[in-house]
Design a binder for this molecule. Structure first.
Ligand SMILES: C[S@@+](CC[C@H](N)C(=O)[O-])C[C@H]1O[C@@H](n2cnc3c(N)ncnc32)[C@H](O)[C@@H]1O
Length: 258
């Protein structure tokens, strides 16, 4: 099989994966669909897509694999810019929604598959808010998988919450209930450099970029406020050039074979 996907995720899986599945099946039964459709979240998704294109160099001829694609809202924005997108997620509810949205939007070059891994070769592999859900052993195994998946010159891009983020410390203090609602039992914020080290030890080149400071947390808190997001994003572009970047909210990894 050229681009096969593993067994359905719920057969013979770890307790972490089982808990992830239970949480996300519930999340994708309505709340996520409504929340992700709000204007500020759509703006955030569009910004993420621009970053993916810029940092991976993906373009009209590129085939892209997305790990932990959720309901595919980022992937469906990306699809018109590339040759083809394959999204993989362990949640059947997410995959059903992604497929329905692809059909509704008439996007024929995006496909969504239920599973936890894939077989094939891609010019870019992306993982949006995904790595911090992977158990340590699976994160450690990822560089080996990337060597199989990436074509020569191919690039891996990820985006995840930073362990040092100021927004996390403030959120835990001010709105602990809301923070919990957005988090699974097993996910954890990641240390950017330590995570890059996993890929370097795996024989890949990895660099860290800080993605944001306040704009993405604002989109989560005020999802209807498009202009607020746009203004916060502009502020972030300035703030990220200062020393405050080390307390930024989410970090990007850009990984290649070197
Ligand atoms: C925080 S969500 C991010 C989803 C999407 N990328 C987004 O930006 O909205 C993490 C996703 O990873 C999926 N997931 C968790 N563990 C997984 C695994 N081992 N393999 C595949 N998907 C997994 C969950 O079902 C969930 O959709």
């Amino acid at each position: 099989m050229r681009d096969g996907v593993s067994q359905p995720a719920h057969h013979g899986v770890s307790d972490v994966t089982r808990r992830e599945l239970a949480y996300h099946e519930k999340l994708y039964s309505g709340f996520a669909q409504q929340h992700f459709a709000r204007p500020a979240v759509r703006e955030l998704r569009a910004h993420i897509v621009r970053r993916i294109l810029k940092l991976t160099g993906a373009g009209k001829g590129s085939r892209v694999l997305s790990l932990g694609c959720g309901i595919g809202d980022t992937e469906l924005l990306l699809a018109p810019q590339v040759a083809e997108v394959t999204g993989v997620d362990l949640s059947p509810a997410a995959i059903r929604q992604a497929r329905a949205d692809a059909e509704r939007l008439g996007i024929a070059n995006a496909r969504f598959v239920e599973g936890t891994t894939a077989e094939g070769r891609w010019d870019a592999v992306i993982a949006i808010f995904f790595l911090h859900h992977l158990p340590d052993a699976e994160l450690e195994a990822l560089p080996g998988r990337l060597k199989e998946w990436l074509t020569p010159g191919g690039v891996f891009y990820s985006l995840d919450p930073s362990r040092r983020r100021l927004s996390g410390a403030v959120g835990r203090r001010l709105i602990p209930g809301l923070m919990k609602r957005y988090q699974t039992e097993d996910e954890r914020e990641l240390d950017a450099e330590a995570t890059a080290g996993i890929f370097r030890r795996g024989g890949l080149e990895a660099r860290v970029e800080m993605y944001d400071f306040g704009s993405s947390p604002l989109a989560g808190l005020c999802p209807g406020w498009r202009w607020g997001y746009r203004a916060a994003r502009r502020v972030d572009d300035v703030v990220l050039r200062t020393g405050l970047r080390r307390w930024g909210s989410n970090f990007e990894l850009v990984v290649g074979r070197g």
